[in-house]
Design a protein around this ligand. Structure first.
Ligand SMILES: Cc1cc2nc3c(=O)[nH]c(=O)nc-3n(C[C@H](O)[C@H](O)[C@H](O)COP(=O)(O)O)c2cc1C
Length: 257
């Protein structure tokens, strides 16, 4: 048997063709009133098994955890828009630790996020106890390169690299690793929403992401495997700041053609 395989249970299959209709790879045909797999190679997206009314299709070697969908309830569009409108980058945190179950729920949001070609290439490093050591390495690197950066940016000249420059004394940091940066960044956004829904504040640390990708030492310390890079870094904690209103945004720039 192949490592990853789509299997049709022909006893259960009623030949309705729903699986064939959703298959992006055109890898299913209906033959003698039964679904049939054409090639063993496909993206293993699992849509065929998710749409089957008879649960006749299973995927092996692709992970577990398929859940039945209860009803068609949707979030209100205005609620989603307001979540986006009022989320803010947080740079001041309470000392309160984040419960493990909350961290796990945030990681679950990342795990469930879609990836290009269904690569599922995203993994995570949660920094708690090791956070200060890793931040120190990034601080040392940035202090070393600051004189050069100062030449190009007045904002850099105006800023000191403090010991908390990257993580702002937050109780936890999640470093997101991926082969494809876009996949990691999409996971980050979903994770931010789940973190916010749990009352947490979040900061995307582009600076730590940059420092980690520049430094072999940091990559080794946090364990970035070959072929992956740091896609994004989420700094997390209960906020010590309360924003009273949204912030100004540029006018929408759009062209309909
Ligand atoms: C990809 C990305 C990287 C960022 N990196 C940093 C960072 O390293 N340090 C920081 O203080 N803020 C960082 N930010 C926060 C932005 O400065 C912030 O999103 C922007 O000023 C708008 O503010 P708001 O998030 O409160 O709406 C980053 C944001 C994004 C989207």
């Amino acid at each position: 048997m192949k490592q990853r395989q789509v299997i049709v249970d022909t006893d259960k299959c009623i030949g309705c063709g729903l699986c064939r209709n959703v298959c992006v790879a055109h890898n299913l045909v209906i033959h003698d009133k039964k679904a049939k797999i054409v090639l063993d190679e496909c993206v293993m997206c699992g849509q065929c098994s998710a749409v089957c009314p008879k649960r006749a299709i299973s995927l092996v070697g692709c992970g577990s955890g398929q859940m039945e969908k209860a009803g068609d309830a949707r979030l209100a569009p205005d609620d989603i828009l307001n979540t986006i409108r009022f989320r803010r980058s947080v740079r001041s945190f309470q000392e309160t630790e984040i419960p493990q179950r909350v961290i796990e729920q945030i990681l679950e949001a990342g795990r469930l996020t879609h990836t290009a070609k269904n690569m599922q290439d995203v993994s995570y490093v949660v920094l708690t106890a090791g956070k200060d050591r890793v931040e120190k390495m990034a601080v040392t690197l940035f202090r070393a390169i600051k004189p050069v950066a100062n030449l190009f940016s007045p904002m850099t000249r105006n800023n000191q690299i403090s010991d908390q420059f990257f993580f702002f004394s937050a109780p936890a940091v999640i470093v997101i690793l991926a082969k494809d940066k876009t996949n990691g960044v999409l996971a980050a956004q979903n994770m931010e929403f789940v973190a916010e829904a749990n009352g947490l504040g979040v900061l995307y640390s582009g600076f730590f992401t940059m420092a980690a990708n520049m430094s072999r030492k940091i990559k080794k310390e946090i364990g970035v495997p070959k072929g992956k890079k740091v896609a994004m870094t989420l700094v997390l904690g209960y906020p010590n700041v309360k924003f009273l209103r949204s912030t100004p945004h540029k006018e929408l720039e759009v062209r309909y053609m």
